[in-house]
Ligand binder design. Structure first.
Ligand SMILES: Cc1cc2nc3c(=O)[nH]c(=O)nc-3n(C[C@H](O)[C@H](O)[C@H](O)COP(=O)(O)OP(=O)(O)OC[C@H]3O[C@@H](n4cnc5c(N)ncnc54)[C@H](O)[C@@H]3O)c2cc1C
Length: 594
């Protein structure tokens, strides 16, 4: 049974990151840690009581394609209606159009609970929120009036239509055509893999579609963004005729069965009516504006599923009796014990717990930077926070989701054979997690983004500043506690490795990006492990100082941090070595010999 880890989240928000600072920023004066707690408490109840109980129904029953449209499990329909009724769809959206303008850090904390309890469900509001942001930031006043109130209220949902059969990571290859037709355009083409591209949860779906206006330049510079409603809207706001867009199939896939992944055809007849968002040929640029939020949201899915898998593995390990651990205390000598006492099972559980803690802390830290960037009136602070947030987004997305796949797999391992049997549910977490490192940009694409746009473009300024901040922060830790001192030196060692690896990258990059792309993913992982280690070390110090306030909670925090320092941080050494010396083995390799 899933229990929202509220104490863990509050610890990160209030103690580690001091989210009370947000209330000093223009537009966030009403924010307070108490308000965040009450929102989180409500979200926890919704996640535990409404979303979690239907997670397996979504997995087993899934969405169903019919010629009349996609049919969702009845329980999803009921849950969606309750989600809307409770106002959760409004949390992140701007107050100007009926939302609550919650900061990204709170939104990220809440979304973890949706993703842990029911990832397939979470994708619907997530994609709608991305579409809302597209219209909020780039749409005309009329488009905002027409679409935002009904999307924000949850009456309609939204989708993001980028992918086509020949255009996945390479969006410059998009072929969907848009032909001008008076005040609107007519779209022709096919989109694949569109999450919630069709369903019966709401009477309308607002598709945000990338397409090429006739005569537009080739490649990424000729792509525009369009609003294409599933059902056209009459002048008085009522729903009119169906638009020329059709879901011709849904995918049969490894996980997230409750989330319909649709193939949509546009323009089987006279062309789907679409409305240009912003200026022609700037569609990809607009998409990139929203990319930070969307990638952060997928990043959190990695640790959300790890948290869920960890909770289940821990419960199983406490109850499964098997053998007697080496060195078991004399009080239990001779008796068989729960597997949670076996050293290797402890190691697996601590791996799951410590990675999850680190990834959560990093994601919330990154979200906080985006909030500061959005709200502060101090230009220097704004630039610094924006640069830091943008640097971290691909790291959060790539590292958290890749580790999510490993950790949900470890969750199965803890269960032994029962983990492989669907009945326990452990396998679903791995199956669901597997997509997170693929959609919204694969890990390879995140790593290219990190290197190309975030590290090399400013000649290392953003990453070097981050390294310096982590180092200065770690250096000023003074403690008489042995495990904190060990943790500090392990974290500093990892930071040192990251600095050396970064210097090597910067040295080699002028000779051509292919020299560094070969080690881009190991570099991203090095960044994640090191940044996570910095935050875990800070958490360790806080837990040491506050030990008396809540002995059990802080002792658990310390044990997790100690494990991260001695088992996870050393991975930074190996990754740094790959970054420094692994390029040529890839660059000079010949695919025809593989
Ligand atoms: C369940 C599901 C839901 C999805 N939801 C949506 C959605 O709602 N909207 C939408 O538009 N799309 C959606 N997608 C599509 C998804 O975003 C793409 O699948 C993803 O971006 C990868 O594209 P691709 O599948 O074409 O893989 P490819 O681009 O063919 O990549 C294959 C492999 O090559 C690597 N690769 C490709 N190019 C490069 C490069 N330049 N450098 C290094 N490595 C590279 C990739 O990392 C990957 O390992 C969804 C996909 C799935 C499976």
């Amino acid at each position: 049974m899933y229990r929202a880890p509220l104490k863990e989240i509050r610890f990160v928000l209030h103690e580690l990151l001091d989210d009370s600072q947000l209330s000093q920023l223009p537009g966030l004066s009403e924010y307070s840690p108490e308000l965040a707690d009450s929102v989180l408490a409500g979200a926890a109840t919704f996640a535990e009581e409404i979303l979690e109980p239907i997670n397996r129904i979504g997995d087993r029953q899934g969405a169903r394609w019919t010629s009349g449209g996609v049919i969702m499990p009845t329980e999803f329909k009921t849950a969606y209606a309750k989600f809307v009724e409770a106002g959760w769809s409004q949390l992140r959206a701007s107050a100007d159009h009926g939302g609550h303008s919650a900061p990204a850090v709170l939104g990220t904390a809440v979304e973890e609970l949706w993703a842990s309890s029911n990832l397939a469900f979470k994708l619907c509001p997530m994609l709608t929120q991305a579409a809302i942001e597209a219209v909020e930031r780039c749409g005309s006043e009329e488009q905002k009036r027409t679409y935002l109130p009904r999307m924000i209220s949850g009456e309609w949902t939204g989708t993001m239509n980028l992918t086509e059969p020949q255009a996945g990571s390479d969006l410059g290859a998009i072929r969907t055509r848009a032909i001008s037709d008076g005040a609107h355009y007519r779209l022709f083409g096919q989109k694949i893999f569109i999450t919630y591209g069709d369903h019966d949860l709401t009477p309308n779906i607002v598709h945000l579609v990338l397409a090429r206006i006739e005569g537009a330049p080739p490649g990424t510079k000729g792509i525009s963004l369009f609003i294409v409603p599933k059902v056209l809207i009459n002048g008085d706001g009522t729903l009119g005729a169906p638009n020329d867009v059709r879901c011709i199939s849904i995918e049969h896939k490894l996980g997230i069965h409750g989330s319909p992944t649709c193939t949509l055809t546009y323009g089987d007849r006279a062309g789907a009516i679409g409305y240009l968002v912003g200026e022609p040929n700037r569609g990809l640029e607009y998409m990139f504006i929203m990319m930070n939020a969307a990638r952060l949201s997928v990043g959190l899915e990695g640790y959300a599923l790890s948290e869920r898998a960890y909770q289940q593995a821990l419960e199983f390990a406490r109850n499964r009796i098997q053998g007697r651990p080496a060195g078991a205390s004399s009080a239990v000598d001779g008796k068989r014990m729960p597997i949670a006492y076996h050293p290797d099972v402890k190691r697996m559980l601590l791996t799951m717990k410590s990675y999850t803690d680190a990834a959560r802390a990093l994601a919330l830290y990154g979200a906080l930077q985006l909030d500061i960037a959005e709200h502060t009136s101090d230009e220097t602070a704004r630039t610094a926070a924006q640069t830091r947030g943008e640097l971290l987004v691909p790291i959060i997305k790539g590292w958290s989701t890749e580790s999510g796949v490993q950790l949900t797999s470890l969750g199965i391992q803890v269960h032994g054979g029962m983990g492989y049997i669907e009945e326990t549910g452990a396998a679903q977490f791995l199956r669901d997690a597997r997509i997170t490192s693929i959609y919204e940009g694969t890990t390879g694409i995140q790593a290219n983004d990190l290197l190309g746009r975030k590290v090399l473009r400013d000649n290392g300024a953003a990453i070097v500043a981050f390294i310096a901040d982590m180092e200065a922060d770690l250096e000023q830790i003074v403690s008489t506690d042995v495990s904190i001192c060990e943790n500090k030196s392990a974290a500093l060692e990892a930071v040192g490795q990251l600095r050396n690896a970064t210097a090597t990258l910067l040295e080699r990059a002028p000779a051509g990006h292919e020299r560094v792309q070969a080690i881009a993913v190991p570099y991203l992982m090095l960044c994640g492990i090191t940044a996570g280690g910095w935050l875990v070390t800070r958490a360790h110090v806080l837990a040491w100082r506050k030990a008396d306030a809540d002995p059990e909670f802080y002792a658990a925090k310390r044990q997790t941090a100690r494990f991260y320092a001695s088992h996870i941080l050393p991975e930074a050494l190996a990754l740094a070595r790959v970054v420094v010396s692994g390029t040529d083995a890839v660059r000079e390799a010949d695919p025809s010999l593989m």
